[in-house]
Design a protein around this ligand. Structure first.
Ligand SMILES: [Zn+2]
Length: 150
């Protein structure tokens, strides 16, 4: 991902879209509340693009109104409109922070034994400690990318 890839802020109606964008590696803040003024301030101060379904937001270049209904369609819409190149497994889906590579030995106690046996590459979120590896989760995301890009 190039350093100038857009960063997003996603409003409360689009939680699944926010998660998908993070899984694809894009910096995405998810706002759970309704305070419109606060959302606009955070969009501007963070240099982010607001993704929303609410047509009542002002028309600005940093606000994009999502047109589709289904989360996968919405994800595809954003990837297409902003011409994004996915970098899966680089960002925690929960915390929106970059995932760090960790040594296999360091996660031995933290992943199921069959995962430890069959996987060699692991990443960890510094914030929540969640461990990521290229197992079933990866297949799920690869499938999602296939649908989005295909
Ligand atoms: Zn995390």
């Amino acid at each position: 991902m190039s350093p100038d890839s857009p960063r997003f802020i996603v409003d409360f109606m689009l939680g699944k879209l926010a998660r998908n964008l993070r899984l694809l590696g894009f910096d995405t803040v998810y706002i759970r509340h309704l305070n419109r003024k606060d959302i606009l301030t955070r969009t501007l101060e963070g240099g982010r693009i607001l993704l929303t379904r609410a047509h009542s937001f002002p028309r600005r270049s940093d606000i994009y109104i999502i047109e589709t209904d289904e989360p996968l369609e919405q994800t595809r819409e954003v990837v297409k409109v902003f011409n994004l190149s996915p970098r899966p497994f680089t960002r925690c889906a929960v915390c929106n922070l970059p995932i760090e590579k960790v040594n296999k030995e360091d996660v031995k106690e933290k992943v199921p034994p069959h995962v430890f046996k069959t996987q060699n590459e692991f990443g960890r979120c510094k914030e929540c400690g969640r461990i990521y590896w290229k197992g079933t989760h990866y297949e799920h995301i690869s499938e999602m990318i296939g649908k989005i890009m295909g």
